[in-house]
Design a protein around this ligand. Structure first.
Ligand SMILES: [Zn+2]
Length: 267
């Protein structure tokens, strides 16, 4: 990687990438193994994800995760693929991430799309949810199928290390070139509705894992769901455990690049 900031050099020197999982074998995207995964994903909408709650304002969570549109009964309820819904797929992914992080001893709160402790703006201080990392996970659709890729949008204070770890984790899990993904980092201009609702020290981000209205992309997302969950959890774990000084340089340098995908409004 050329002209990389200090945080990227830190990332390359760390053993972060060594511990990432690569894409699954071909059997995961067809036959009984694939059918089983689809059934697992679809069954999650009938049960609640563990760790789901509204949260409280006196706790600084290590991570707050929000599966896109989760438990929203009407309005913007997310997109639908051929095999799974966005709500089910991202709930499944979020559940995997949250479980891994809890296994590593981190506190992981999962919030639904609408039922979380909202800041009131009263009393002159922020009385909403606090965390080290906030990540919303979506898998959206496109009117023109197979035209949008994964993307990561974040608020300005996110660090280069944080965004690159998430990006690299997703790219490795799905087996695509990480450079393609880095072009889809977007800074502040992405106006995700949650960005004003939480305060996070290291990363306040919106991860679009890929397009559900594209059968190839949907199949890859389903087949790689375990790997995506493991790698995103590893990225968050590293972000939380890396000393703040090592991640001091900001990602502002990327903010001028392509913004089309994350600029879609995601409510
Ligand atoms: Zn969505």
């Amino acid at each position: 990687m050329q002209g990389t900031p200090a945080a990227l050099k830190y990332l390359q020197k760390s053993d972060f990438e060594k511990g990432l999982q690569g894409p699954p074998g071909l059997s995961a995207s067809s036959g009984p193994e694939f059918q089983e995964l689809i059934a697992d994903i679809n069954s999650i909408s009938k049960s609640r994800i563990s760790g789901l709650g509204k949260g409280d304002s006196h706790t600084e969570y290590d991570v707050i995760l929000q599966p896109g549109h989760y438990l929203r009964p009407s309005g913007r309820t997310g997109t639908q693929g051929k095999y799974v819904s966005e709500q089910a797929l991202v709930a499944f992914l979020t559940d995997k991430v949250a479980k891994k992080l809890r296994d590593s001893g981190e506190s992981a709160l999962v919030i639904s799309a609408d039922d979380y402790l909202r800041p009131t703006g009263k009393a002159g201080y922020f009385n909403g949810l606090h965390s080290k990392v906030f990540l919303a996970i979506h898998a959206d659709g496109n009117r023109r199928p197979c035209t949008s890729g994964p993307s990561l949008a974040y608020q300005g204070q996110a660090t280069a290390l944080a965004t690159n770890m998430i990006g690299l984790g997703l790219a490795d899990a799905m087996g695509y070139n990480y450079k393609d993904f880095r072009a889809n980092f977007t800074a502040n201009e992405a106006n995700y509705y949650m960005f004003g609702q939480v305060r996070s020290k290291r990363l306040t981000g919106l991860l679009e894992v890929g397009e559900l209205t594209c059968e190839k992309s949907e199949t890859d997302l389903i087949a790689s769901s375990s790997q995506i969950g493991a790698n995103v959890a590893r990225a968050i774990d590293f972000i939380i455990r890396t000393p703040e000084a090592a991640v001091a340089n900001s990602t502002r340098r990327h903010s001028s690049v392509t913004r089309h995908s994350a600029a879609r409004s995601v409510m």
